[in-house]
Design a protein around this ligand. Structure first.
Ligand code: HMG
Ligand code: MG
Length: 309
């Protein structure tokens, strides 16, 4: 079978926006730096497969993430197509200057629910990182560029252990209050489980942040990402981050492995009769091609089954 048999279920959205993070979250974590032309071809193939939101790269310090040091060149090399968004990560005003010069159409700031990860990933406390993001978000919005926010370590932290739901909601609201249109809840190390997802989304709702302003970003380290996604959809979330072929991780988070694989997500969503706009065969071919470029097999179960033909 090359597609699931659709069985719609009650209480789920009719459409889901897949926010593809493979070129950014995936390639930031590769030991070898992928050539710019290969990254551009990867993005072109993702568009061909029907994805319309593709996080392309990061305008971060090249000393911190050398894998994405070619962000400026990459932005110049990818096709600008009507209806396609290419968000990029931007931590500070230096990054924003570069991103605006490259003509980006959307940026994302990325905070942490925990102090330890804020220091390890941004060299700042949580307060200092929010202060760093404030002028970035304000200037981007003045320039007409929408701002998304990520919040990492929402479900557990490799150094601090469990993370209190209230702490996540507090920091998340502070990021949204900077003028971000959406907050993506990161399970950076993949320890979250369905009840935890429901509790967090309920707590955001109680704090006045509904599912229309939230997205989910699950790393699949413990194999919970699909189960967690179903719960998030039932709670009303309609934007799901995923990475083609399950690429991904964070170089500054111990035990972070790949993101939820986009192909596995598409199989689930199409099986539930949910429209994504993605052509699964083309996406599988893209991830099989990318695995060849990287010289290692994909972790996506769906790609493993379907790539053989
Ligand atoms: P710092 O060392 O405190 O910054 O790092 P600094 O201002 O002292 O700058 C250090 C050097 O970098 C200077 O160069 C700056 O000019 C340069 P030098 O003077 O030494 O030659 N620099 C830059 N160059 C280009 N573009 C820039 C830039 N900024 C500084 N934007 C900083 C602070 C925030 C810069 C650093 O910590 C950083 O870049 N961190 C990014 C780490 C990162 O990208 N992590 C992965 C993404 S987050 C993630 O994956 C999680 C997520 O997927 C969600 C989830 O799964 O939970 C989003
Ligand atoms: Mg991530």
């Amino acid at each position: 079978m090359r597609a699931p048999q659709p069985f719609p279920a009650d209480g789920l959205p009719a459409n889901v926006t897949i926010y593809e993070v493979g070129p950014r979250d995936g390639l930031q974590n590769e030991a070898a730096t992928v050539p710019t032309v290969v990254k551009a071809e990867f993005i072109r193939r993702l568009l061909d497969a029907g994805l319309r939101v593709v996080e392309a790269t990061s305008f971060v310090s090249p000393k911190w993430v050398p894998q994405l040091a070619d962000a400026d060149e990459l932005l110049a090399a990818i096709p600008r197509t009507e209806g396609v968004r290419y968000p990029v990560l931007v931590p500070n005003e230096r990054g924003l200057d570069r991103a605006l010069a490259a003509g980006v159409d959307e940026i994302a700031i990325f905070g942490s629910a925990t102090e330890t990860f804020a220091r390890r990933n941004l060299n700042r406390t949580v307060d200092e990182s929010v202060a760093m993001f404030a002028p970035v978000a304000a200037r981007a919005r003045d320039a007409g560029v929408p701002v998304r926010a990520y919040l990492s370590m929402c479900f557990g932290d490799p150094w601090e252990g469990p993370v209190a739901v209230g702490q996540v909601v507090d920091v998340g609201r502070r990021l949204l209050d900077l003028g971000c249109y959406e907050l993506s809840l990161g399970d950076t190390i993949g320890t979250g489980t369905p009840g935890h997802v429901a509790a967090l989304l309920e707590a955001f709702g109680a704090a006045g942040v509904g599912p229309d302003r939230l997205a989910v970003h699950f790393h699949d380290t413990y194999g919970q990402a699909l189960a967690n996604t179903v719960v998030a959809l039932r709670c009303g979330v309609t934007v799901v981050d995923a990475s083609a072929g399950g690429l991904g991780g964070c170089p500054y988070a111990r035990s972070a492995t790949g993101n939820l694989a986009t192909e596995d997500l598409v199989w689930l969503l199409h099986g539930l009769g949910i429209v994504t706009g993605v052509d699964l065969d083309r996406l599988v071919a893209t991830s099989a091609w990318m695995a060849e470029q990287l010289g290692r097999p994909t972790t996506s179960r769906v790609v493993q089954v379907l790539a053989g033909g």
